[in-house]
Design a binder for this molecule. Structure first.
Ligand SMILES: [Zn+2]
Length: 469
């Protein structure tokens, strides 16, 4: 027995005389903010991961895979991507179908190869007979929104179809990705608890003319003479009209990397906001690119040829609540993205007809071989290429057909990743075999793409991106 009565009596006395006494009141007041913070934290924990559920498809235009830490780059260009990838599924060998913004994004949106959707720059528009992935999400009742930096990802080409909101922000350099992300986050904030969503996010931040945002990147001394903010020299140099030395090149690469470091911070900002807003843990984030970039590995700049530096892109697919990270070694292609999201969302749509293959089985079993071949073609030269993963290596055949001559190149990318030793003269049987397989990639257009007058405004926008002279 406690002094002064029963425990209950003692408690009553404590409450009456001590805790609510005038002397104690200031202490209780002091505790209130702490209690409030605790209550908010508990509520946030409960809310976190129970909100709207959906899909985010992010395209970082012009991002070559090998400049990311997760793909082996030695510099600190992508700390967030690398960390996020540790619990996601990273596709080590993802290749695009064409190193050009318009056809490549259209392949991502339709799951069709370029000659099937038929949309090539500067003025063709996707046929109404072909459905895009966003249209399928919209028909299934998803809230759909796109935040694009325009140019060849302008809505007019067919990209805006199926979106409730198509925010064509345009390219504003440098640091424009921050605004693009801000607008996307506004949309995220507008989502309600039981909404399902599909968001497409696109940025040109690492695209030429490489202008690193304030505070990113460092270069000792003034920029080399060749540098021009317009990027005009890049075009001239890539056509061999201007000489370029190794320091010039180093400078451009350092700007590219600095822009990537900035984009990585924006990715962090976007994904952390998804968490903070309580977006469902069963939502999916896909990060990829429409093509890479070349830095004179094969005598050119920007993205004009079809070697690995322009075709090999990052592909990361992660469920937000995923805990175990895996890496998939199988070859995969951009056309595989649409059927993958279609299957993950369990959509049913009579208009769905993809040439790509769903990667869902590889998300479950990383050893799964999705495909052993990957195809790509080019815009700036009559070159088509086939990659084949074989027991004895990863080979790439390039066939260029000029009106009066032909050129063949064959590389073993598993032993010669920089593609410097042409084996077409020594491995003739293999080259022939791959060429026969390449010829089999002879699809017909699914529907005729329309051609539409570009209009002055679009011409100006494409010029600003260096696409039109
Ligand atoms: Zn692009």
């Amino acid at each position: 027995m406690m002094r002064g009565g029963s425990p209950r009596h003692h408690l009553r006395r404590m409450i009456a005389t001590r805790w609510f006494s005038r002397e104690r009141l200031p202490a209780v007041k002091k505790l209130l903010p702490v209690l409030l913070v605790l209550a908010t934290a508990v509520a946030a924990l409960w809310w976190r991961g129970r909100g709207p559920e959906g899909f985010v498809l992010i395209s970082i235009d012009t991002l070559r895979a090998d400049h990311l830490g997760a793909y082996g780059y030695p510099l600190d260009t992508s700390p967030f991507f690398d960390e996020f990838a540790e619990r996601g599924t990273l596709f080590e060998k993802a290749f695009v179908q064409l190193p050009g913004t318009l056809p490549s994004h259209m392949s991502i949106f339709t799951g069709l190869y370029p000659m099937e959707h038929g949309v090539y720059p500067p003025d063709s528009v996707l046929s109404e007979e072909i459905s895009t992935l966003p249209e399928m999400f919209q028909r299934a009742g998803y809230r759909t929104a796109a935040f694009s930096e325009g140019g060849y990802v302008a809505g007019r080409y067919g990209f805006s179809r199926g979106f409730d909101v198509y925010d064509d922000i345009g390219k504003s350099k440098p640091g424009g990705a921050a605004e693009t992300v801000r607008r996307a986050l506004e949309f995220v904030d507008s989502l309600k608890g039981d909404d399902r969503f599909f968001i497409f996010l696109h940025t040109y931040e690492v695209h030429d003319p490489y202008m690193a945002p304030e505070g990113y990147g460092s270069w000792p001394g003034p920029p080399p003479d060749i540098w021009q903010p317009s990027g005009a020299n890049l075009t001239a140099a890539s056509k061999g009209e201007l000489s370029f030395d190794s320091e010039d090149l180093e400078y451009f690469v350092s700007l590219y990397d600095a822009s990537l470091r900035f984009v990585d911070d924006q990715l962090r900002r976007f994904v952390e906001h998804l968490w903070d807003r309580g977006v469902s843990r069963d939502s999916w984030v896909v990060i990829t690119s429409d093509h890479g970039e070349e830095f004179f590995e094969h005598g050119s700049l920007v993205h004009r040829q079809v070697y690995a530096e322009t075709l090999h892109v990052p592909l990361l697919i992660r469920r937000l609540g995923q805990r175990r990270g895996t890496r998939v070694r199988s070859l995969v292609e951009s056309v595989d993205i649409a059927p993958t999201l279609f299957e993950l969302a369990d959509l049913e749509d009579p208009a769905a007809s993809f040439s790509g293959r769903s990667l869902v089985s590889a998300l479950k079993n990383p050893a799964e071989v999705i495909r052993s071949q990957a195809y790509a073609e080019n815009l700036t030269s009559p070159t088509r290429t086939l990659l084949e993963s074989r027991e004895d290596g990863l080979f790439q055949l390039l066939v260029t057909r000029f009106p009066d001559s032909e050129r063949r190149e064959l590389f073993d990318l598993s032993r010669d990743p920089a593609a410097l030793r042409d084996l077409s003269g020594t491995r003739r049987a293999l080259a022939r075999d791959l060429e026969i397989k390449l010829e089999a990639y002879d699809w017909q257009a699914r529907a005729e793409a329309r051609r539409e007058d570009l209009g002055e405004e679009q011409i100006e926008r494409l010029r600003a991106l260096g696409y039109l002279q």
